[in-house]
Design a protein around this ligand. Structure first.
Ligand SMILES: [Fe+2]
Ligand SMILES: [Fe+2]
Length: 183
């Protein structure tokens, strides 16, 4: 199983990079599953229906979100698409459209993807550690292959979550900061 995870795709230059390189890369590297963070894909803030379609057509399987998920109101047209995730740890979750995690079948494998948002310097959401653990444990009943997009400002919070979920999920990957540090 080969998985590609792309951090925040920002605006037209980001989309151009994805649409020109991803189809080739998918083939060359025999990539089975692609997750990209799409919170900035439309004009640098938010996600629209046409932009989401462009990225799916280029080979993205799942688009995750973050603090800019709701910035473009077009998101409400597509938020029920199971390929689109938003952070799972909002308070009053019953009132929030969309989903914070999903299960995706790739050949004979099943992949779980969880989208969380950090709180340090970012947003006053529910605890990503407890919500992340709860979701990871429930997805574990269906698969041991679980990816977590930890959309957060502080590297320390991302690393702490990785330690917290160590042994339970496959990978915790940080998005949001728009810098290629590979922390
Ligand atoms: Fe971002
Ligand atoms: Fe962000």
């Amino acid at each position: 199983m080969r998985i590609l995870f792309i951090g925040d795709v920002v605006g037209r230059p980001g989309r151009r990079a994805v649409t020109s390189y991803l189809p080739v890369l998918r083939q060359q590297k025999e990539i089975d599953f692609v997750v990209a963070n799409g919170e900035n894909a439309a004009s640098g803030k938010g996600l629209t229906q046409s932009v989401a379609e462009e990225l799916f057509k280029a080979g993205v399987d799942v688009l995750t979100g973050g603090n800019h998920t709701w910035k473009n109101k077009d998101i409400f047209k597509i938020i029920d698409d199971p390929r689109i995730l938003r952070p799972a740890n909002y308070p009053n979750l019953a009132e929030i459209p969309g989903r914070g995690c999903g299960l995706y079948d790739v050949g004979e494998h099943r992949i779980g993807v969880i989208n969380l948002m950090g709180r340090v310097f970012l947003a006053n959401l529910d605890c990503p550690f407890s919500v992340g653990m709860e979701l990871a444990e429930s997805l574990r009943e269906q698969t041991s292959l679980i990816l977590v997009d930890m959309h957060a400002e502080a590297t320390s919070e991302k690393v702490a979550l990785a330690w917290h979920l160590d042994g339970i999920v496959t990978a915790v990957i940080g998005t949001h900061t728009h810098i290629p540090t590979a922390d």
